[in-house]
Design a protein around this ligand. Structure first.
Ligand code: ADP
Length: 583
């Protein structure tokens, strides 16, 4: 049976009260009963002694039967006078005529005791009167002779008094018991109430109400327990706050990380995934419990995870997801106590791309340098082998070729230096207000002779009132030069090159249009890449480095501008750049 603390307290108080009341009742009952009999016995003995004195004062011929009847009537007791031999001489409750018929009383204990010199007494059931009787016997010695006077009193009146006393005592004990029960109910309530309050508070702590405190009254053990509980709650609240802060910090770190982070349990189910990881693998928000194999089926990635799981060791490996064209540097670290794994996915696609670009660039540069160097070396060796002295005309032709390839090398080196200068991270141009017409005029002046020699007409249609732009004049001249130079280079004799400018909202677009061969659409997207050529062999022969447009694009980017190209094969090309206008 499960009792509450209050119930138990009430039960123990009640049991104690019941036990005390029972003991009191039993003891009182017994004691008072004994006492009643003793008192009656003493009283009966004194009456017997009065009878004894009466008898001893009688003359020898007096009627004992009469005395017995008289005194018996007055005392409401049965008086029996017994001779030394046990014969009954008189009896107040028997007719004189029947006295002689009464049986010998010598064997009665009270009679026997009285004859032996002491006051006799006994309690026993009387067959004659069919009731419990108290007997006392006193020895007498008078003129009427020697004998014993015996007084008998039925105990039924005593029993009545006793049962009345029982009732009173019972009522008293019952009343006291009821009071005790009432008090125990009140007392157990008073004692258990603060405990109940503490238990309630502890239960509410348990469900996270950390700011709750137990009310404390007094200085007893209950108050001490309350204080201990409150101190415990203080500590837990602080720890919870600390944990919350830590959790918040961890969440912030994980959320702000560009790397994908995932925590897996020993069965490979996700227990935590940061936003970057969810983005990469398109993991839903309620991801907890989803298996890694469900979010990514890439065999390489799963193989890395498997090898980490098999060995239980830290593993770091690059994994490429071909579908998304992403390469990750993945790192798998076991969580202590075989609790699972933390994996970090770092997107190194850009790094890979840059690496590839750098590799291509080195290969391209080597390739570009090799041709002029080989030509120069070859011609120089031929010259040294005898041509220099034997054949002056050929020698002159060879030296001219060597010079033109040396020029080409110089151009290439100049372009490479220009490009590397522009590509230095953090490089910025010094800008000034520049009048575009001036730049266009200066550059077309530089290339005038070249165009004329080739039979290409260059027209400058840039309006004089075109807005001033914030630009680096020297670099802007380079842009104009590269584009105009290309246009003249790729336009056959009789062709036309036209420079124009459009003023739009806050920007200025410059166009250089030619009537050259034009460029097939598939080349256009890559035209501004380094070393990209539409027809590599032809351009190299023409002395182009393949870097001109890349330099144009970089300079424009540093100006906050853009570049573009439109072309129709067989009709011509239009290269353009856009610059922000100075407000
Ligand atoms: P290059 O030094 O070879 O001219 P550029 O970077 O200036 O290098 O040009 C890249 C390529 O773009 C050229 O090789 C050429 O194939 C093409 N190209 C550039 N300008 C023109 C143009 N005006 N007409 C046709 N093709 C052009």
């Amino acid at each position: 049976m499960n009792f509450s603390f209050r119930g138990k307290l009430f039960l123990s108080y009640s049991l104690l009260a019941l036990l005390m009341a029972g003991l009191f009742y039993v003891y009182s009952n017994h004691f008072l009963g004994q006492r009643l009999i003793e008192e009656t016995r003493t009283l009966l003995l004194s009456e017997a002694k009065v009878v004894q004195l009466q008898i001893e004062g009688l003359p020898a011929d007096a009627s004992l039967q009469k005395l017995a009847e008289r005194l018996g009537g007055a005392m409401h007791a049965r008086i029996t006078l017994i001779a030394s031999d046990g014969r009954v001489l008189a009896d107040s409750s028997v007719q004189a005529a029947q006295v002689a018929a009464l049986e010998n009383h010598l064997a009665r204990p009270e009679v026997h005791q009285a004859f032996s010199g002491s006051d006799g007494s006994a309690v026993r059931y009387s067959e004659t009167l069919r009731t419990l009787m108290l007997y006392v016997g006193v020895h007498y010695d008078g003129a009427v002779g020697k004998g014993v006077v015996r007084l008998a009193l039925p105990l039924d009146s005593l029993e009545k008094a006793r049962s009345t006393m029982h009732l009173g005592l019972g009522a008293l004990v019952g009343g006291v018991l009821l009071m005790a029960l009432l008090f125990s109910a009140i007392l157990s309530g008073l004692i258990s109430r603060p405990l109940r309050a503490m238990a309630d508070a502890a239960a509410r702590f348990g469900v996270g109400e950390w700011s709750l405190r137990v009310p404390i009254t007094g200085e007893d053990e209950g108050a001490y327990l309350g204080r201990v509980l409150n101190q415990m709650a203080d500590r837990i609240e602080q720890q919870m706050l600390h944990l919350k802060e830590e959790r918040h910090r961890l969440d912030t770190i994980l959320s702000s990380m560009g790397e994908g982070v995932v925590v897996l349990d020993p069965l490979g189910r996700i227990t935590l995934a940061n936003p970057a990881f969810r983005r990469i693998f398109e993991v839903p928000e309620d991801y907890v419990g989803i298996r890694l194999t469900e979010v990514c089926r890439n065999p390489d990635l799963l193989a890395v995870y498997q090898s980490h799981r098999d060995t239980g060791l830290e593993v770091g490996r690059n994994v490429t997801l071909p579908a998304a064209a992403i390469t990750f540097a993945t790192h798998w670290v076991p969580l202590g106590n075989q609790e699972g794994t933390v994996a970090v996915f770092h997107d190194i696609s850009d790094l890979k791309r840059l690496e590839a670009v750098r590799r291509d660039f080195v290969a391209n540069v080597s390739h570009e340098l090799r041709t002029p160097v080989t030509v120069i070396k070859g011609y120089a060796e031929t010259l040294l082998d005898g041509v220099l002295t034997s054949d002056h005309a050929t020698a002159t032709r060879f030296v001219t070729t060597i010079r033109s390839h040396a020029d080409r090398l110089a151009c290439l080196i100049a372009d490479l230096l220009a490009l590397s200068e522009l590509e230095v991270s953090g490089f910025s141009l010094e800008l000034a207000s520049v009048r575009l017409v001036d730049v266009a005029a200066a550059v077309s002046g530089l290339l005038e002779a070249k165009a004329a020699a080739k039979g290409v007409t260059v027209t400058n249609e840039i309006p004089v009132d075109v807005p001033v732009v914030a630009a680096n004049r020297q670099r802007l001249e380079q842009v104009f030069f590269n584009l105009l130079d290309n246009a003249i280079n790729y336009t056959p004799a009789g062709g036309k090159v036209r420079m124009s400018a459009d003023t739009g909202v806050a920007k200025l677009t410059v166009r250089i249009n030619d009537t050259g061969p034009g460029i097939a659409p598939e080349h256009l997207p890559r035209l501004f890449e380094r070393f990209y050529r539409v027809d590599p062999s032809r351009n190299r022969e023409g002395g182009g480095t393949g870097l001109g447009l890349a330099i144009v694009k970089h300079i424009m980017l540093l100006h906050g501008g853009t570049v573009g190209v439109e072309s129709t094969p067989g009709v011509g090309s239009t290269f353009s750049f856009t610059l922000p206008v100075q407000q």
